[in-house]
Design a protein around this ligand. Structure first.
Ligand code: ZN
Ligand code: ZN
Length: 366
């Protein structure tokens, strides 16, 4: 990413503000700020904040002690006016004295509430949530971003391919999870974002992480893992494993899940609604009597955050567009017994989708 790329992103935001009748947008550290400027400041109590005005003017305020870091990140060559504040100043007043007051200001959705309230006080007006102003731009990935997501997919696939080295009866989920976390880093990620090893009945909890439960033979194990690559883009893939064969009832349900997941992947393309992709997977599971056990949406967008727009969920009538990147991850969760999920990240091409995850969708018997 060059300074010009970042400047283009920020100017696209400015145009969007103008088109929608907003005047100012404030963004604090996090994925939105990294996307717009490349600056990966930690979200801390001292104010760091980007301010984008509809007329194209852009400021960033940073604590005086972090000014060298902001300069090193080259934010000034992106056409951003860099402001700093000393420990005894009110940073909100300093920022607003540069941008001017406005009654049409937005704050990024994930800004800390205390910062949003302080901005409101300094502006002297209510602020609104940015809602989709940023995500409408972030959710359409460039070819470069698509490539980064496919690289992330290949890295997490490499970890799934090694599962037989770690997953064994008699080991705890936590021990297996630790080995997986090491492998996520070795595969090229810079952070481990989550590791789910959900054995037997723990598999019925979609967001179970790891526990001290000892993995048994002949039970399904949900392994859902992801991390962030040096590019800033995330991986996320779920595969199913068992140490020794599982019972026939489970296998029959798993076949339906495979069918549902593949059908949704085959159906997804530009022009169809997000909710219709969810419907394809859900109908197949429902017809097999598993609908009540499919307790979450079919997928979520992914990029610099693991969960972002677009959400593949009933009620989301937005259409898929070339450049969208999202998960397709139907599952079933039978309380007290077990669960299953198959998850690929796919990217929307001009006539279908391409999967970033390409390891087997079969239940892997180790
Ligand atoms: Zn996911
Ligand atoms: Zn996942």
């Amino acid at each position: 990413m060059t300074a010009t790329n970042y400047t283009e992103r920020v100017q696209r935001v400015a145009r969007s503000l103008d088109q929608h009748g907003h005047e100012l947008l404030f963004v604090t550290p996090g994925a939105d700020l990294r996307y717009l400027t490349g600056y990966d400041a930690l979200p801390l109590e001292r104010l760091t904040c980007l301010a984008v005005k509809a007329d194209g003017n852009v400021w960033m305020i940073v604590p005086e002690l972090e000014r060298p870091a902001a300069v090193a990140h080259d934010v000034e060559s992106q056409g951003i006016t860099l402001l700093s504040w000393s420990e005894t100043q009110n940073p909100y007043e300093v920022l607003i004295s540069a941008t001017g007051k406005s009654s049409r200001a937005l704050v990024a959705n994930l800004m800390w509430a205390e910062k949003a309230f302080h901005l409101r006080d300094a502006l002297g007006s209510e602020v609104q949530l940015a809602n989709k102003v940023l995500s409408d731009i972030r959710e359409i990935k460039t070819p470069q971003e698509i490539q980064a997501l496919h690289e992330a997919g290949a890295a997490i696939d490499a970890v799934h391919a090694r599962m037989g080295e770690w997953l064994r009866p008699g080991r705890t989920e936590r021990d297996v999870g630790r080995d997986i976390a090491d492998a996520i880093l070795k595969a090229g990620h810079v952070t481990v974002d989550f590791v789910i090893v959900a054995s037997g009945p723990n598999g019925a909890s979609p967001h179970h992480e790891v526990s001290d439960r000892v993995i048994q033979a002949h039970e399904p194990v949900v392994v859902d893992i992801g991390g962030t690559m040096p590019s800033g883009y995330c991986s996320d893939s779920t595969r199913m494993y068992a140490c020794g064969d599982v019972d026939a009832e489970y296998k029959a349900m798993y076949e339906v899940l495979q069918e549902a997941q593949a059908a949704a992947v085959n159906f997804a393309r530009p022009g169809v609604t997000c909710e219709s992709v969810d419907g394809i997977a859900r109908d197949i599971l429902t017809q097999a009597g598993l609908g009540e056990y499919f307790i979450h949406r079919t997928g979520h967008g992914i990029g610099m955050e693991t969960h972002e727009e677009p959400y593949i969920v009933s009620g989301n009538t937005d259409h898929l567009i070339e450049g969208h990147a999202f998960s397709i991850e139907p599952g079933f969760y039978i309380p007290g017994k077990y669960g299953a999920r198959i998850e690929d990240i796919v990217t929307c091409t001009n006539d279908g989708v391409q999967s970033a995850n390409n390891t087997t969708h079969d239940l892997v018997i180790l």
